[in-house]
Design a protein around this ligand. Structure first.
Ligand code: NDP
Length: 481
């Protein structure tokens, strides 16, 4: 089941033990389940060279042929969903209950969707009197994908599928925390018929990512990561005028009005804070609750959170697993301490569990105010902040008082207000009476400091291709002299 080497380059697994060893830890036990090696300069070179040499031939295929390979890969992923989900659970610690429905399956959706539109990519014709012009949609070349550790399979495919559909090739670097699953995506693409070099995966920390971004052969970089890393990678791409997509962090508002359906609003808040142990970029971590529903909301929220089944993520009954690493757990604990010291009221959880592995209780703070650190900074752990509000105008301006703008939601029975509020929120992805559903058919990405560009949907095609315009003169050319 596990990948057989650290890297996947030019259509095959590749090992170079000269690279820094990177132990892969199962977060539920702390056990080392695999060991990979960071890419040496020779591996980086091999990956970029193979992506470069495969690109022209790949782009020359008919779109329908590229699409067929992607759709075949989607079918293989679905057939092996159980095996891939188990690997994702080992890599990330996320409950198998989640990985079975949200990881390999969403990678398959992306491959199927972009496989389906590969044949219909094209330009336009413009009639200009007797002359005319047309546009061609052409690939960018070699694209670099860099992933975060929370959705390793999904991120590998959300970047790879549109890139390959458009005739690009890719070198993907997973997070050093979760190196295994992207290798399986590469292996399956080759099994589905992708030519060698079309999709390569190499391991390493930030410096490997930096080497890929800075290489002149790289035409585009797509990063999923923190806002801080995004600024560095975007600047490095800009220095060589490269295309860039930045999917970064958030501190998103989830606004619950008095007239909201109580159980749906509580479900929304749970999904927006505790799924994947809170390690989701689009999470609604600032839960604004109108005063009339506050008591009932907090009562049901704590009752239902107490029912979370915290346990071994390999057990299908578990619905709340460990965090990805000791480091991320420590960051989360330090934010909980800040919440307490700044006066937020802890109403549930707050403690590391007394068992092996990176376990922390789902944690809820009430009476959080806008100035508190936990209301301002992305925690990326299972810490929900509940803030009070009275009026729509007040909550909209407070919701927007952040440098980030990835997502947001409103729960209300008043549809006019729902649309008015989501129109006023500065964020890329908004939900009405729902949270965190991100099907491949809809664009996903952030405003403000949460990023640039969009993943998924037809829009992603514009981020993995460019237009070439051809003007066709049909008459003799006249000149002034
Ligand atoms: P990081 O920003 O720490 O890392 C993201 C990736 O970038 C990693 O693979 C990392 O390598 C790599 N990297 C770090 N420095 C550089 C550099 N200078 N040049 C090139 N690559 C570099 O994020 P995390 O992995 O900690 O992920 C959590 C963050 O990701 C959160 O902020 C979260 O909100 C965001 N995120 C955003 C999503 C979105 O779609 N908007 C989805 C999921 C997460 P390594 O870590 O291996 O050293």
């Amino acid at each position: 089941m596990q990948p057989t080497a650290s890297h996947f380059v030019n259509g095959a697994y590749l090992e170079d033990t000269a690279g820094t060893p990177m132990p892969v830890i199962f977060p539920a036990t702390g056990a080392e389940i695999a060991r990979v090696h960071a890419a040496t300069p020779a591996v980086v070179e091999a990956a970029l060279a193979s992506a470069r040499s495969a690109q022209v031939e790949w782009a020359a295929l008919m779109g329908v042929e590229r699409g067929r390979i992607l759709r075949r890969a989607a079918d293989i992923i679905r057939e092996r969903n159980r095996e891939l989900s188990e690997l994702e659970t080992l890599d990330t610690g996320k409950p198998i209950q989640e990985t079975l429905v949200a990881d390999a399956t969403s990678a398959a959706d992306a491959l199927e969707y972009f496989g389906g539109i590969a044949a219909s990519l094209g330009g336009e014709h413009m009639q200009l009197g007797g002359d005319w012009a047309y546009t061609m949609r052409v690939p960018l070349g070699v694209c670099v994908g860099i992933g975060a550790w929370n959705y390793p399979t999904q991120i590998a495919a959300w970047k790879g599928a549109p890139a390959l559909a458009c005739g690009n090739t890719m070198v993907f670097k997973p997070s050093e925390q979760t190196p295994l699953c992207a290798l399986k995506v590469a292996e399956i693409l080759v099994e589905a018929g992708a030519p060698a070099g079309v999709y390569n995966v190499i391991q390493g920390a930030g410096e490997v990512g930096r080497a890929l971004v800075e290489d002149p052969r790289t035409a585009k970089v797509s990063l999923t990561g923190s806002a801080g890393t995004g600024k560095k990678v975007y600047a490095a791409a800009a220095a060589q005028m490269k295309h860039a997509t930045m999917e970064l962090g958030g501190k998103s508002p989830l606004i619950i009005f008095d007239d909201a359906d109580l159980e749906s609003a509580v479900s929304g808040a749970i999904n927006a804070n505790f799924y994947a142990s809170g390690q989701v970029c689009s999470n609604g971590t600032r839960v604004f609750v109108q005063s009339g529903i506050k008591d009932a909301f907090l009562t049901r929220l704590t009752e239902r959170t107490a029912q979370a089944i915290i346990g071994d993520p390999r057990d299908e009954a578990t619905n709340f697993g460990p965090m990805v690493s000791e480091d991320q757990l420590a960051i989360t604990c330090s934010y909980i301490e800040k919440g307490l010291s700044e006066g937020a009221r802890l109403i549930h959880g707050g403690k590391r569990l007394d068992r092996p592995g990176c376990y922390i209780e789902p944690t809820i703070f009430a009476d959080v105010t806008d100035d508190m650190t936990i209301a301002r900074e992305e925690i990326f752990g299972p810490v929900m902040c509940v803030l009070d509000f009275e009026t729509e105008n007040d909550v909209v301006s407070r919701a927007n008082a952040t440098d980030l703008g990835l997502s947001g939601a409103v729960f209300t029975a008043d549809l006019t207000r729902a649309h008015r509020v989501v129109h006023a929120i500065d964020a890329g992805s908004l939900w009405i009476n729902q949270y965190n559903l991100t099907p491949v058919e809809v664009p996903f990405g952030g405003m403000k400091g949460s990023g640039i560009g969009r993943e998924n949907s037809r829009t992603a095609v514009e981020h993995y291709s460019q237009l070439k315009t051809v003007y066709v003169g049909m008459s003799p050319v006249e000149a002034a002299f």
